[in-house]
Design a binder for this molecule. Structure first.
Ligand SMILES: NC(=O)c1ccc[n+]([C@@H]2O[C@H](COP(=O)([O-])OP(=O)(O)OC[C@H]3O[C@@H](n4cnc5c(N)ncnc54)[C@H](O)[C@@H]3O)[C@@H](O)[C@H]2O)c1
Ligand SMILES: [Zn+2]
Length: 400
């Protein structure tokens, strides 16, 4: 890969316990921005003075995250720039609140406080808060600065980086949105300590995805460090987040608006969206649906002779060890295909899929035999897929 990324390690501050921050830079010309990764960064006066230098800040968070971290962030923000104004907006928890109505509430707060174009939005939360706060920052007065402080693993490695912001509409997820890159991403790994294990596993699905797309060595590293990650080992977490952000940042720097390569980041997602839609976004976390989507993409790739049975078994085993599901709900192949067709990736009537060419290489394809896709969908979604996935055999459900 090219080198739109620079990477360095800096002591965030000389005065407040000097947390170590690894820094990546997303290379987008004058809109380039740093991703800072490390433990206890949200307490660092110097880091916040440098990366959140705004007199007026709208701190957007939710009812779960606010009692855990909002006060700490506000205290550090006040120390970093005495006299500044921080207004806290706390949203209810949940994907259903990533809505135009919530955005409207935030606009009311911004306008009610007479925040100007020099104000900034600080998103403290998971992807829901980040996407919503980002959307509000993109629109308010045609765009004000945004700083992301992700608090879930998924947000650390995915949603906080890359500038996609959105809210949902009753007609579909993320239908209303804008590209709006943040000014900085402050990824404090210590915040993941309070995350429910199931949410941590969901984030690991996206981490595994990066290895599958373009880095077999990272995939191998994950095979030997997955337990350490689930145990929140600080250096393992920092490495996984750093490498994931590095891969995402490189892809975004080359294809910010998803004209081509950025679509590879959707590996597993078209299958995953079918599961999320068919189950009403209730039972399956996004990362869990993506995990199964990764397996299905690998299964289809195996049917096309691009992935070996052994590679498929390795992926299944890693997902299992990551605490992720490896069997599908019985939603039916025909219904799954319908949901896949309404996904944004349809072009000229064909579902474009991200497929694999071995572990560590992904490619976008509309050029696969329909029969192979149907066989994959049928194997996983027509009832026996679930049984096969649950059977415990490493390559069950795929060798048919
Ligand atoms: N913009 C993008 O590029 C992009 C990429 C991927 C996903 N997304 C979006 O991200 C959203 C999903 O994000 P998510 O998985 O972070 O879900 P989320 O924001 O709903 O967070 C998951 C749960 O964890 C809680 N939580 C958050 N941080 C916590 C912490 N530190 N301790 C304890 N609990 C905590 C939340 O309140 C929530 O209940 C979706 O809306 C998806 O569309 C966006
Ligand atoms: Zn995803």
């Amino acid at each position: 890969m090219g080198s739109p990324i620079s990477s360095s390690t800096t002591a965030a501050t000389a005065t407040d316990n000097a947390p170590q921050a690894q820094m990546l830079s997303v290379g987008l010309g004058e809109r380039s921005y740093p991703i800072l990764i490390g433990a206890n960064l949200i307490d660092s006066t110097e880091l916040l003075a440098r990366h959140v230098p705004y007199r007026d800040v709208l701190l957007v968070t939710n009812t779960v995250v606010a009692p855990l971290y909002a006060q700490r962030v506000e205290t550090a923000l006040a120390r970093a720039l005495p006299g500044r104004r921080v207004v806290r907006a706390v949203l209810p928890d949940g994907e259903q609140h990533k809505s135009l109505a919530s955005a409207g509430r935030l606009f009311d707060v911004l306008i009610g406080n007479r925040f100007g174009r020099d104000a900034a939005v600080l998103a403290l939360g998971g992807g829901v808060v980040g996407d919503l706060a980002g959307f509000v920052a993109a629109c308010y007065q045609r765009g004000i600065d945004l700083v992301q402080m992700p608090t879930t693993l998924l947000a650390h490695v995915d949603s906080s980086v890359g500038g996609k912001t959105a809210v949902n509409h009753p007609g579909g997820k993320n239908l209303i949105g804008a590209f709006h890159q943040p000014r900085a991403v402050i990824a404090d790994t210590q915040l993941l300590a309070s995350l429910p294990p199931r949410e941590l596993s969901a984030g690991l699905a996206e981490v595994i995805k990066y290895g599958l797309i373009c880095d077999v060595a990272f995939f191998e590293w994950l095979e030997s460090h997955i337990e350490a990650l689930r145990a929140l080992d600080p250096s393992a977490l920092a490495h996984a987040i750093h490498r994931s952000c590095e891969i995402k940042a490189q892809v975004v720097a080359r294809d910010e608006r998803e004209q081509g390569e950025r679509a590879l980041l959707n590996l597993g997602h078209t299958f995953g969206h079918a599961i999320e839609s068919a189950t009403g976004y209730q039972q399956w976390l996004h990362g869990e649906a993506v995990a199964l989507g990764l397996l299905m993409a690998a299964d289809l790739s195996r049917r096309l002779g691009q992935v070996s049975t052994a590679e498929l078994a390795r992926l299944r085993s890693l997902l299992l060890r990551a605490g992720l599901p490896v069997s599908a709900p019985s939603i039916g192949a025909a219904r799954a295909l319908e949901y896949m067709r309404v996904d944004k990736k349809v072009k000229a009537g064909r579902v474009r899929l991200v497929l694999m060419q071995g572990i560590g290489h992904a490619l976008l394809s509309a050029d696969y035999p329909d029969a192979a896709l149907e066989a994959t969908l049928s194997a996983w979604f027509d009832g026996d897929g679930a049984a096969a996935g649950a059977s415990g055999s490493a390559d069950a459900g795929v060798a048919r």
